[in-house]
Ligand binder design. Sequence first.
Ligand code: MD3
Ligand code: FE
Length: 217
Amino acid sequence: MISDLLSGAGGSETWSERLGPGAIVLRGFATAQAANIVAEIQQIIAQAPFRHMETPGGFRMSVAMSNCGELGWVTDKAGYRYQAVDPDSARPWPSLPTLFRQLATEAAAQAGFANFMPDACLINRYEPGARMSLHQDKDERDLTQPIVSISLGLPAQFQFGGLKRSDPVSRVTLTHGDVVVWGGADRLRYHGVLALKTGDHPLLGACRLNLTFRKAV
Ligand code: MD3
Ligand code: FE
């Protein structure tokens, strides 16, 4: 594991750990802004509350989700897609806060992806027991664009595999303030999150939040 010291959001210290040629964890990159990010999420979910979506196969997701940005990721019996309208309210998703845009673009640049301009932010809420099974993120039009994720609250065991579902999987713990950027050769790697263990985080209680910034179109 290569570990390098670099500058996080607002100039705080960050350690980077490379997961692959195009995938990097920026440890603590978002820690200094965590309370501000949570305040923005509270405003977003007042307009677009967390909900448990249904997979095309008819299963209720254990992770509760909302979105902000021009487009939001949704799933229902009809399939997975990005759409401009929240299906629960029939209104546009709340706009992407400036802070979110700045953090995502800055993190992507640190990882070597210049000028990342996300148009979608999926917000995942994990309560104890919630998990996300191995999947690829491939609903975005331009797969040369990276994805940036911010983890807040309780730690989670993140799984990342290869380009085939059957490839071996390694585990990385993602903790409060960690940012992951993945693109290039790692953009289509299978990944997932093991069931969240209970705990009590000082800012978020028995909860983990994960934001993923995407360029969907
Ligand atoms: C991909 N979210 O919303 S993102 C998702 O923690 C999603 O909620 C997860 O997968 C979550 O689609 C994980 C972080 C991540 C980290 C490393 C990766 C995704 C990765 C390495 C390769 C591919
Ligand atoms: Fe994913």
